[in-house]
Write a protein that binds this ligand. Structure first.
Ligand code: MEV
Length: 471
């Protein structure tokens, strides 16, 4: 085997390949590693610190200081993922006073952005004496597809599906769906979808599922993989298909869709316009009108809609993470839904009719309260207990409320004082921590900025002035 710079072994390669790999290896600052996942945690850290961090053991200490003293708890976290070296903390906070469908809840929120929890709490308090938040779960269907290619007669395939395959797909997944059916869920429907207008020979088996209180990813994917096998077995074993048709059949993949437009919840608030009193001095009528304009702008302008929806997801994701759900799936779904008209648009809407202000969010969201991290992660267990061990349906409602509240708080600030006033107040602690301020200095600054707008520049100037004074 040829040997190329500092310990890089190359497998047997042609001369031309060897030359180009040699060039790449010589340009690389760091060496590849073999069998990294098999090393112990300490070996991984040592390798990393030596290879990338100049052997500076201060970096080892950074990783170590986040290890948990409780070895069993640390092991639990290590095993959530691979190549775990340490724990990455995220603030875990509570936004109280959420009146949701008549029930008072404190929402658990895991989020690093200062002001998200404060904004949620403020919005919750605002709506507390106005009837709170109302929610409606519109549907709870989850979807998945077997994506396949078939270059034969489409009508024949459709007839085969209608008269035989559909039943066989249900029959062959009966073992997989048994427990879910016992819980009242299972496969709701299976359709054959002809996508050949978009891609030559492309068809789908499109199935909808009710996964009860679980997010259902494993259940759905297991059913779909069986669909793929059944499809191939049944078509290749049926005499009505020609040999060419059988040969053309190729299952490309079987996978759930994170786009669940039929797993959707609405959260809304409403009150008389005259009750929209805001302490910024703006009249309730002007507030309502400006607020509605802000929502309309997000409905028609994708640049604004992106930021507007990002603010909604500040609230949604924080609760999704605190309850051990998959925020990437929730994000992907929300943004696809926001683009369903062909143009990216707001997820919230607002109306003013007969002196009544209404504001609502339609959120497609698929989450679970059993399986996954829900029983394993102690803080997730805490969150779910705090929320009264909700069903997945109820968690959908809570998430939508969190998103709506966050959007209300952001728009309320944007159309009145602007967001920087509140945001910078919350950010003040981050700036002071960066400056290494003591607790007494922090108290001083909170007091100093009581009636002033916080700016990065002003904090640093005052901090330096204080330091000079104390010398
Ligand atoms: C910041 O994280 C979110 C906001 O920008 C949302 C918005 O503009 O609506 C405040």
């Amino acid at each position: 085997m040829p040997f190329v710079s500092e310990g890089i072994f190359l497998a047997q390669v042609s001369n031309a390949n060897f030359l180009s790999l040699t060039k790449i290896a010589l340009r690389m600052k760091h060496r590849p590693v073999e069998g990294f996942s098999k090393k112990s945690k300490q070996q991984k850290i040592d390798w990393l610190v030596n290879e990338y961090l100049g052997g500076d053991t201060a970096y080892t200490e950074i990783l170590r200081q986040y290890w948990n003293d409780d070895a069993a708890l640390q092991k639990l976290h290590d095993e959530f993922s691979e190549n775990t070296l340490s724990n990455f903390y995220m603030p875990y906070g509570i936004a109280p006073n959420f009146l949701i469908d008549g029930e008072l809840l404190a929402l658990p929120m895991a989020v690093e952005e200062s002001s998200v929890v404060a904004a949620a709490s403020k919005a919750a308090k605002f709506w507390l004496d106005k009837g709170g938040f109302k929610t409606t779960v519109i549907n709870e269907r989850k979807l998945g597809h077997t994506h396949f290619i078939y270059k034969g007669e489409g009508i024949k395939l459709q007839a085969f599906f209608n008269h035989h395959l559909r039943d066989k797909l249900f029959e062959d997944t009966a073992d997989i769906t048994k427990n879910m059916r016992a819980r009242g869920g299972g496969i709701l429907d299976i359709k054959l979808v002809d996508k050949t207008a978009d891609l030559e020979g492309y068809y789908q088996l499109k199935a909808s599922f009710d996964t009860r209180d679980s997010m259902g990813a494993n259940f759905i994917n297991s059913c779909l993989e069986q669909f793929g096998r059944t499809l191939v077995n049944e078509v290749t074993g049926d005499a009505s298909f020609t040999e060419d048709e059988k040969k053309s059949l190729q299952v490309v993949m079987n996978i759930l869709s994170n786009y669940t437009p039929d797993c959707i919840v609405r959260a809304e608030v409403s009150c008389k316009v005259e009750d929209l009193k805001d302490d910024s001095g703006i009249s309730p009528e002007e507030f309502a009108n400006k607020f509605k304009q802000a929502v309309t702008i997000a409905e028609i302008e994708p640049y604004r809609a992106t930021t507007h929806n990002k603010g909604i997801m500040n609230g949604v994701d924080a609760v999704v993470i605190a309850t051990g759900n998959d925020f990437r799936a929730v994000e992907a779904c929300a943004h696809t839904y926001a683009s369903r008209s062909g143009s990216y648009s707001s997820l919230t809407h607002c109306a003013i009719e007969d002196g009544v202000f209404r504001f609502w969010l339609d959120l497609p969201v698929s989450v679970g309260v059993v399986g996954g991290l829900t029983a394993l992660h102690p803080l997730v267990r805490f969150s779910l207990a705090l929320l009264g061990k909700p069903s997945a349906t109820k968690l959908m409602s809570i998430l939508a409320v969190s998103g709506l509240a966050q959007n209300f708080a952001a728009l309320r600030s944007l159309v009145t004082t602007g967001i920087q006033k509140g945001h910078m107040k919350m950010h003040l602690m981050n700036i002071l921590n960066q400056l290494g301020a003591t607790d007494d200095e922090k108290d001083y600054f909170v007091n100093y900025f009581k009636d002033k707008t916080v700016s990065h520049h002003e904090v640093i100037a005052e901090f330096n002035r204080l330091k000079k004074e104390s010398i």
